[in-house]
Design a binder for this molecule. Structure first.
Ligand code: PEP
Ligand code: MG
Length: 902
């Protein structure tokens, strides 16, 4: 290599210099091309320009010092290896210039093929290809088209229009019917378009073409669709893309050439076997764009057995090497197989579980690794319902089940309309002939995507799978007419706004809305499917991995439930107790009347009478819950929201009173209620008379609840049960508040448990920042803490939890102030720090203090990892998230090297 490189920062790596672990520097494509090169697989020679070069370019607007020289040196060495020069008029070396970021961003960034072709070398290329003029001119027109569009922003439609014109003139729809002369004419037409839009001739200097193409790939990192995709997939904005310069190989040199994509297992179901698409006499872009319909890869065996066998051998080798599902792109040039790309393939949630289980069986990975390879988001996706189908629903079309799930919605034909209707709260299905990267917005907005063309590896399929969105591709019975906003299927016309249902597992399309049924995974968790006996690879894999997660996790998982039914369901889902039983619903419905009496009571007697009437009702609620959670802890939280929430709204009441007065009716009671509502009105009720404050202000309220809890526990224990009640005081900010409640509660507990001993713990929520910061003091009066991260986030950030997400979070997300709402996933640095401080100081004051979390974050995968790291004892979440939390709690152990962080 050039001497220069020893002094310059290294920006360019030959494929033989890299490896698969250098994704940060070489991008995914470059790192894996290097890995395959080093495995001795047939990779066209080339080199990779690093992400660092891209970052430097994007920061300064120019190529970093030394880059040009290093490219020159690597190009020379490539030319030496190939025995050809870039763009040589007689025997040209041609290269492709391909983007490749650390994380795959399918179709989001740019690629330019056939760099090195010009008016002279097109003749050399024809000679090289056995006097194949047609091929040479087709390659040249593709270069001008891609280069024009990508590098110089010439509108792509203009090229397409010119192509259509030539085809129309010939009376054909098929590119392959165009001969060399047609294509030569097309090159002229393309050059004119290029000149018109750029004010310059199409560049004839090969090196200039190369440099401009590299620069365009760098810049495509910041293309609008790439930015949007990164935001959606939470890919950091500052990574930059690498650029791969690869010797061109041609799949469009005739029937003994072709191109394809393949998976080493089915990326939809995880089933073992060879899955892929092949397209003879075509270039790779034709397959990915879904422009022509492909044939199943297996048909290659008949077309070219030697290449097929070699390919299968390479696929087996790659799987064993990567120990995972790989997806690959390959080209066959006149019977010679070339590997253009491999990577660990994207897969559906179901396939992730099934494949992880299979790889354990095959001895390639252990169960810890299997656990690491699946995640809670995937599990949650598998718990989605599916269509409930009976004879009434007949599919009108069947395409490819490209991304599973069941989706119904109104048909739309453009991305813009999808966005518009979704913003109005409609469910929409985006229907296209095929999608392209410009459809990304619409795909994000839609519930599902339906295309009439393209296979499992088409743009629509790949992107939808990545998003976890339902997709049916290649439903070719559907004739899509975008300008007319309709499609026709089985003689029926479906217009924009009509409802269709698509099944991304079977590929079936239905007219109208199809009802849905629960997932098999939910049935398994519910206990109605027995994993040991059922012939269902997914259920067996989920069972196996969940069992391992349970064995590995240190965090217990409880549930937030306040009815017996929810408690029972959560227990079937694996909940090990209740972490939060909110008692406020117990004050609603037909009990409102009693609450009104409580609020309106003029004296202690009236109040006590109302509380006495509430007591047996509350007791019965708790008995039911203790019974369902027998033997497991149940944390019951004393009433939290302001009492006026249980009264009618002020405006409504005022109108009722005014109307009744007008009619001369007796409104004494309503007037008293109205006066109470006015008296209790607060500007900021979330920061007002609620939680412990309410308990201290309304005499007897908390006492009644404590009595109901303890009496219920005693009743259960007397019947032979094993209740484990924990009484939790909400919204505590100072230890004195807790001490006051505690003193009163202890008396009641003492009195009630005289009949039958039951252990009752008293603890508090930590949800006011002051409580977190004085946790050492509070722990003196608490046997447990449960972090109320909803309020802690609200009060830590000063964000009203009821308003801000709709009001302005979109802007904060857009600006990257946070990547995800702090109400959804714990803000580790701020709110998380409060949790950490309170945990440490609480435990320092009271060793053995039990710590849990019961805010929404208890079921959020990333937050579960944080709570594991902080050393909490349990997380508590809604019943449906219990399996997700179990899985993530196990993954947290595996990912921290199996350590117990406490
Ligand atoms: C919390 O604040 O996190 C919590 C669990 O309580 P609630 O959501 O009922 O305010
Ligand atoms: Mg709260």
């Amino acid at each position: 290599m050039a001497a220069q490189e020893t002094v310059d920062h290294k920006y360019v790596y030959d494929f033989s210099e890299g490896n698969k672990d250098l994704k940060d520097l070489l991008g995914g494509k470059g790192a894996n091309l290097a890995e395959m090169t080093n495995l001795g697989l047939p990779v066209p020679p080339g080199f990779t320009i690093t992400t660092e070069a891209c970052q430097a370019y994007l920061a300064t607007g120019r190529e970093p010092d030394g880059l040009a020289g290093q490219i020159e040196a690597h190009l020379e060495s490539l030319e030496r290896a190939m025995g050809k020069r870039l763009g040589d008029p007689r025997d040209p070396l041609l290269v492709s210039v391909r983007s490749g970021a650390k994380f795959s961003m399918p179709g989001m960034m740019e690629t330019v093929l056939n760099v090195g072709l010009n008016d002279q070398s097109v003749v050399g290329l024809s000679a090289q290809a056995g006097q194949n003029d047609r091929f040479a001119w087709d390659s040249y027109r593709r270069l001008i088209q891609m280069f024009g569009k990508t590098v110089c922003e010439v509108p792509g439609e203009e090229f397409e229009h010119a192509l259509d014109e030539i085809k129309n003139a010939k009376g054909t729809h098929n590119d392959l019917d165009l001969d060399a002369d047609d294509l030569r004419g097309l090159v002229d037409a393309y050059k004119k378009i290029f000149l018109k839009h750029t004010g310059r001739e199409f560049p004839q200097q090969p090196r200039e073409q190369l440099d401009l193409a590299i620069r365009a790939v760098f810049e495509s990192w910041n293309a609008e669709r790439a930015v949007l995709y990164r935001r959606q997939e939470r890919i950091p904005a500052d990574l930059g893309t690498a650029v791969n310069v690869v010797t061109m190989v041609f799949g469009n040199l005739g029937p003994d050439s072709g191109t394809g994509v393949a998976f080493t297992r089915d990326p939809a179901s995880g089933a073992q076997g060879i899955y892929g698409d092949y397209l003879a006499n075509a270039q790779g872009e034709d397959v990915v764009a879904g422009i022509r319909n492909t044939v199943p890869l297996q048909e290659l065996e008949q077309l070219d057995k030697a290449s097929y066998d070699e390919l299968l051998g390479i696929m087996a080798r790659l799987e064993e090497h990567y120990k995972d599902l790989c997806d690959i792109e390959f080209t066959i040039e006149r019977g010679k197989l070339w590997m253009l790309q491999t990577r660990v393939g994207k897969r559906t949630a179901a396939a992730a579980f099934v494949i992880a289980g299979q790889l354990v069986d095959e001895g390639l990975i252990d169960l810890d690794e299997a656990l690491h390879r699946v995640n809670g988001a995937q599990l949650a996706q598998l718990m989605f319902p599916r269509f409930q189908l009976d004879h009434e629903f007949e599919a009108v079309a069947k395409g490819i089940g490209a991304s599973p799930g069941a989706a119904s919605g109104k048909v739309v034909f453009t991305s813009a309309r999808a966005v518009e209707l979704a913003a109005e709260g409609e469910s929409v299905i985006l229907v296209r002939r095929e999608t392209n990267p410009d459809d990304l917005n619409g795909m994000i907005a839609a519930k599902g995507i339906l295309t009439s063309r393209g296979g499992k590896t088409s743009h629509a399929a790949v992107v939808a799978r990545g998003m976890g969105k339902t997709c049916v591709s290649g439903a070719d019975e559907i004739e899509v007419n975008v300008p007319a906003k309709r499609f026709v299927v089985a003689g029926q016309t479906v217009n924009e706004g009509d409802v269709v249902s698509i099944d991304g597992t079977t590929g079936k399309v239905y007219l109208g809305e199809v009802p849905v049924m629960p997932s098999e995974v939910v049935q398994y968790f519910e206990g109605s499917l027995d994993a040991e006996h059922v012939d269902n690879a997914l259920v067996r894999a989920v069972h196996r991995i969940m069992t391992h997660a349970d064995g590995r996790r240190r965090l217990a998982v409880r549930t937030n439930a306040d009815t017996g039914a929810d408690a029972a369901r959560a227990r079937r889902f694996g909940a090990e107790g209740i972490g939060l039983c909110r008692t406020e619903h117990m004050f609603l419905g037909d009990r409102r009347e009693l609450v009104e009496r409580l609020i309106l009571a003029r004296d202690a007697d009236g109040r006590e009478a109302a509380l006495e009437a509430l007591l047996p009702l509350q007791r019965a609620d708790f008995v039911e819950i203790f019974r369902e959670m027998d033997g497991l802890p149940v944390t019951v939280r004393l009433i939290d929201p302001p009492l006026h929430e249980f009264l009618p709204p002020l405006e409504q009441l005022a109108v009722n009173v005014a109307v009744a007065q007008e009619r001369g009716e007796d409104v004494a009671k309503e007037e008293a209620l109205l006066a109470a509502v006015r008296r209790m009105h607060e500007e900021n009720p979330m920061l007002g008379l609620r939680g412990v404050r309410l308990g201290l202000v309304i005499p007897g309220l908390f006492a009644m609840q404590v009595r109901a809890i303890v009496e219920a526990a005693v009743e259960c224990a007397q019947r032979g049960g094993d209740p484990k009640p924990e009484i939790m005081v909400p919204l505590v900010g100072a230890v004195q508040e807790l001490e006051t409640v505690r003193a009163e509660a202890e008396k009641i507990i003492e009195e009630v448990t005289r009949e039958k001993a039951v252990e009752v713990l008293i603890g508090t929520m930590i949800e006011v920042p002051r409580a977190a910061l004085t946790a050492g003091q509070i722990a003196e009066a608490a046997e447990f803490f449960s972090f109320g991260t909803n309020d802690l986030t609200q009060m830590g950030w000063g964000f009203s939890r009821d308003d801000v997400e709709g009001a302005f979070f979109w802007r904060y997300l857009e600006l990257g102030i946070f990547g995800i709402s702090p109400f959804e996933s714990i803000d580790r640095d701020g709110v998380g720090r409060l949790v950490r401080i309170a945990s440490e100081e609480g435990r320092a004051a009271r060793p053995g203090l039990k710590l849990g979390v019961c805010g929404e974050h208890g079921g959020d995968p990333d937050s579960v990892h944080f709570f594991h790291e902080v050393g909490l004892d349990y997380v508590s979440c809604s019943p449906f998230r219990v399996p997700v939390a179990r899985l993530e709690a196990g993954r947290a152990v595996v990912e921290t090297g199996g350590s117990d962080s406490r």
